[in-house]
Design a protein around this ligand. Structure first.
Ligand code: S3P
Length: 427
């Protein structure tokens, strides 16, 4: 059942909270724990549907994962322990599940079909299938789209030069590289999130990073199990940071949130737009984490090019909302990747914001927003995209009447309690 949510304008946004665990880290640590030998303990796994899809895929391969109370326990038994699944592995809406599992399965001893929902079936998989095939992977696809059937094969490590920055593709290749003969390296056009590299190192793998190239060497020792506390998801927290930034004096503190520098470009952008940012970081452990407080101040427009977009790829919907309230013209270029996310985010955001009265020009590879705009309540569509539903809900806080967000239950993909938390912050 598709549900709509009505969001009323707020007189003030204030408060402090924690957000669900980081989805990117959760997918990776679950898969790596399955490949390790021994029991890993993972606290703070998020309850969202994307991570549930990874858990379900691993369980279908006969990986034992206990999630009842306390930290999740993954009983890893290595690459060779997977059993052939009884049916297709359902990655649901999760691109990270599909792309990373493809890397894991390419060098395994089983055959499996990875499938997903209508949105995932539309997303480009050639970017991961093609380089894996160059390593010797056996993958069948429908014109570079899911469903994908992978049959484990002997892989040969090699050097990959990526055309599009993508942490998912990089991670899939590094995961495949673990079971390949010889080193595997990935040259990135711009650095992307490095959670895979950090976890691999923490679990005893040889990972080298130099001059934009990441290299892994297959190890003769199995991966070591890990104990990890997953910090809050910065990309979920970004919606509250954006909400606080919308009006002078509004303020939100988010605690225990991930502060990996490859994820936090959004903070610098918000600051350059005028918001006040306070960070209290703890850099010990596998992933930096800590508290962030954002306080609204007078906002000005910002210009973003391809490298800025790549560094804040999941935060662009939130930036667009802030841009509607900023003085001047916000220009976002080099953002064509947003068209192949869970929805075409340039189109869905432009349409939603226009319905609310914003002045938006959409181009093939970006958008321009003329601010500040007086937003009005409207009926807007998420198109089943969790980040669009959350971004438009934040916009609704400064609109002049109630906003109806259609198909709003998709927030459960990454943040099931999003609307409850919104009620707690809105005064
Ligand atoms: C992710 C990488 C990004 C991001 C996605 C999660 C990851 O995708 O948009 O939400 O966990 O590696 P791309 O690799 O397609 O840029």
């Amino acid at each position: 059942m598709e549900s709509a949510q009505i969001v009323e304008p707020a007189t003030r946004i204030a408060g402090e909270l924690r957000v669900p665990g980081d989805k990117s880290i959760a997918h990776r640590v679950l898969m790596l724990a399955a490949l390790a030998h021994g029991e890993s303990r993972i606290a703070g796994l998020p309850d969202g549907e994307d991570v549930a899809a990874t858990v379900a895929c691993l369980r279908s391969l006969a990986v034992k994962i206990d999630r009842i109370g306390g930290p999740a326990r993954v009983h890893g038994r290595g690459w060779r322990s997977f059993s052939p699944p009884h049916g297709p592995l359902d990655c649901a809406n999760s691109g990270t599940t599909m792309r990373l599992m493809l890397g894991v399965l390419s060098g395994s001893w089983v055959s499996a079909t990875l499938d997903g929902d209508a949105s995932l079936r539309r997303r480009p998989m050639g970017r991961v299938v093609d380089p894996l095939r160059l390593m010797g992977a056996s993958i069948q696809s429908k014109d570079g789209h899911a469903p994908l059937t992978v049959t484990g094969a002997r892989l040969q490590g090699r050097r990959h030069v990526m055309a599009v920055p993508s942490a998912q593709v990089k991670s899939a290749l590094l995961l495949a590289g673990l079971s390949a003969s010889g080193p595997t390296s990935v040259v990135e056009p711009v650095a992307t999130r490095d959670h895979t590299e950090r976890l691999l190192r923490a679990m005893g793998t040889d990972v080298h990073v130099a001059a934009g190239t990441v290299e892994v060497r297959p190890s003769h020792q199995p991966l070591r199990p890990i104990e990890l506390s997953v910090p809050g998801d910065f990309s979920s927290a970004a919606f509250w940071m954006a909400a606080a930034a919308l009006r002078p004096g509004w303020s939100v503190a988010i605690h225990e949130v991930g502060l990996n520098p490859s994820r936090t470009a959004f903070l610098r952008l918000l600051e350059s737009m005028g918001a006040e940012i306070q960070v209290d970081a703890d850099n010990t452990g596998v992933e930096p984490h800590g508290s962030v407080t954002v306080t609204g101040r007078r906002l000005r427009a910002v210009t973003m090019g391809a490298a800025d977009v790549a560094a804040a790829i999941d935060e662009i919907p939130a930036i667009l909302i802030v841009a509607t309230q900023a003085e001047g013209t916000t220009l976002i270029e080099g953002a064509a990747e947003l068209r192949v996310k869970e929805s075409d985010r340039l189109a869905t955001m432009s349409e939603g914001l226009r319905r609310m009265g914003a002045v938006v020009d959409e181009r093939a590879d970006g958008v321009t927003i003329h601010g500040p705009a007086k937003l009005r309540g409207a009926t807007v569509e998420s198109k089943g995209d969790h980040r669009i539903a959350m971004a438009l809900a934040v916009a609704a806080l400064v609109a002049s009447g109630p906003t109806t967000i259609e198909d709003a239950d998709c927030v459960a993909i990454s943040y099931p309690d999003f609307f409850t938390d919104l009620q707690g912050l809105a005064k």
